[in-house]
Each structure stands twice: as C-alpha cells, then as structure tokens.
Design a protein around this ligand. Structure first.
Ligand SMILES: NC(=O)c1ccc[n+]([C@@H]2O[C@H](COP(=O)([O-])OP(=O)(O)OC[C@H]3O[C@@H](n4cnc5c(N)ncnc54)[C@H](O)[C@@H]3O)[C@@H](O)[C@H]2O)c1
Length: 324
C-alpha cells in the first residue's frame, strides 16, 4: 500500500510514517513545516519506500504515481499554534481537506480525516459519544480550529455522498508522547519541560478541568485499524481515563522527581471544562482500546523530552494552555 501522510512531519504524522514503514507500506510525507519539523522524519529520509514532499496542502497537493490511501493530518493542532496561525488553520481544514479529497478522488484512494474532540466544543454531554453534535462558539478564540474541523468533516461527508469516495473520519482526543514540541503549549509537553528545567509548573485556572490523555502508540494503532477497516466513522479515538489537569501536573512533577511548585494562571477563553471520549464504537467496530497506562506513557515521554532538552536547551518557553 502507498500512503500519503499530509502533515507527516508533525507529532502524530511522524509516528504514523514510522509505523507504516515498519509494517512494509510505502509512505509519502507531505508537509510545509508550519508547526512540524524536518527532524521528526530525518531518520526516514534514506529508508526505501519513503518520500518527503515539501508542499502547502492549502495551495495544492501534487503526488506523482499510484496512491492507495491519504491521511489528512495537516493542520496546526495546539491552541497556541492555531491562535498564532488562525487563517492558516482555517485554510488547512478547508482548502487542505478539499485538495487532499481531490487527490483521493483522482487516485481512487481511501481518505482518512484527522478530526478532533474539539468538534464537541465545551461539551454539554459527558462523556462525548459520536452522536453528540457539540457546543461550539463560532467566533470564539478556538473557533478557527473547531470550525475548520467541523467544515472538514462536512466536506468529507459530501465527497463520500456525492463522489463515492471511500472516506473515514476519526475524532482524536488529547494525545501525547515523544516529538511534541516543548513550546507547543499543550499541557503535557509544557508540564514535562517545565519540571525538567526545574521551573514552576503552570496550571490554567484552578486545574479542576479534566482531560483524558492517550499515549501516541495507542492512538496510532487505532488510526491504522480505522484505515484498514473500510468503515466511514466518525469514530472517537482516545483514552477514556479522565484526570484533572492539576492531578496530571502533580503526576508529571512526581515522575520527573522535580522539587518545583505548581503555580496558577488564568484559563484561556472557551477552554473546555471536561473532556472524555466514549469509545464504545471503537471497541465494537475496531476491537480497539488504549493499553498504555498514563504513568508508563508519561515516563516514556519524560525520557524523550529529557534527551531533547539536553540537545536543545533553549527551545521553547513551555507555557501551559491545556487543550487541543
Ligand atoms: N495531538 C492531538 O492530541 C490531536 C488531537 C486531535 C486532533 N489532532 C489532529 O491531528 C493532526 C496532527 O496533529 P499534531 O498533534 O501532530 O500536530 P502538529 O502540529 O505536530 O502536526 C501538524 C503537521 O501538519 C503540518 N501542516 C500544517 N499546515 C499544513 C499545510 N497547510 N500544508 C502542509 N502541512 C501542514 C505541520 O507542519 C505539522 O507537521 C492535526 O490535524 C490535528 O488537528 C491531534
């Protein structure tokens, strides 16, 4: 199978490239390095079956040769990143999804959209199941991301119904692991890099808001099962183990073994109060559920960040804005 991974030099995309190549698939990574890094895929450049194309999918997607599947992961994903790049985020969800769907149509490929739990907004239903339509502020500080993904889901559905494209939609809940940027602003990379640097760990609000965090290897397994299933979705993929942000911060500090205080800062606007996936559909249809305990996932993440910070000690401020 020859798979195009749009956004393949990002956090999730690069893990997908690794895993697909490891399973003998060919991979074309398409990325413009807006929020990703060439270093995430540098180790793959000499691997047979791997191609890297530097391209902005919002402008065009040109991939020569046969393509069997397209994974549309190209979009800023952290609240800091999409606030920094609001128009680029809307264009990635709209034009980038349109261009990758057109590529799927011209190649006869299966298309998988990386949507997000953010389509549920600040949810009034808990836990969130796929039938919930969401509670989203269309002009709020997260609207460029939430609405871009909602539009991308609608476009994917229209291409399926109108053009008969074989499409899949996954709604990814907060995922963490190696290769997140220390400065991307999401809670776990921020807490880990602060604790490793011996700085105070900054929690938004009183830290009583909840998140359910999934280790990247579990998520990648779920994505590949969805890709190979032929199912349309949407399917929630995430870890239903819910924790408050303050408990997550305390656990990171404990696992790092740091003697640092936890400090508080104002919560960003429209920050969801609760977040937990109902993964009944993924369990039933994909026979999938996360297997990696949060302590194990955090230890692997801390180990990677420690090496990263030793190699690049000045990169990123690590301010916490939990979300994404
Ligand atoms: N990580 C999570 O917890 C999470 C949760 C929900 C959804 N997602 C979705 O998964 C995808 C990947 O997220 P991530 O966490 O790996 O973020 P990331 O920022 O690390 O990766 C996104 C990648 O897309 C690239 N990109 C952005 N705009 C592009 C464009 N116009 N053309 C080409 N490349 C472009 C970036 O350079 C980057 O490499 C995103 O679509 C995101 O919405 C992630």
């Amino acid at each position: 199978m020859r798979v195009v991974v749009a956004g393949g030099a990002g956090f999730l995309g690069s893990h997908l490239c690794d895993r697909l190549l490891g399973e003998g698939e060919e991979v074309v990574c398409v990325d413009n390095f807006l929020t990703g890094r060439r270093s995430n895929v540098e180790h793959l450049l000499d691997r047979p079956g791997f191609d890297l194309i530097e391209q902005d999918v919002s402008e065009q997607v040109a991939v020569p040769g046969a393509v069997d599947a397209i994974l549309q992961f190209a979009s800023p994903a952290s609240p800091l990143d999409y606030a920094r790049y609001p128009i680029e985020t809307l264009k990635a969800g709209a034009h980038g999804t349109l261009n990758t769907l057109d590529l799927a149509r011209s190649k006869g490929a299966r298309f998988l959209l990386a949507s997000t739990s953010e389509v549920y907004g600040d949810p009034l239903v808990h836990p969130q199941e796929e039938s919930y339509w969401g509670h989203v502020n269309p002009i709020g500080p997260r609207s460029m991301y939430d609405e871009a993904k909602r539009y991308a889901e609608a476009l994917t559905t229209a291409y399926r119904n109108r053009h008969g494209i074989d499409t899949a939609i996954i709604r990814i809940f907060n995922t963490y692991g190696p290769r997140m940027r220390t400065d991307d602003g999401r809670a776990i990379p921020a807490f880990v890099s602060q604790a490793l640097r011996g700085e105070p760990v900054t929690v938004a609000g009183d830290g009583m808001q909840t998140r359910s965090v999934c280790y990247v290897d579990d998520l990648v397994e779920g994505i590949l099962r969805m890709l190979r299933s032929g199912l349309p979705g949407p399917v929630n993929l995430g870890n239903p183990h819910e924790m408050t942000i303050i408990d997550t911060a305390r656990l990171v500090v404990e696992l790092v073994g740091a003697e640092v205080p936890i400090t508080f800062m104002p919560r960003p606007g429209d920050d969801p109060m609760v977040r937990r996936p109902d993964i009944t559909r993924a369990r039933q249809q994909l026979d999938w559920e996360p297997t990696i305990e949060v302590r194990d996932g955090l230890l692997r993440t801390i180990e990677w960040f420690a090496a990263e910070l030793a190699a690049r000690p000045v990169a990123g401020a690590g301010t916490a804005t939990p979300g994404a």
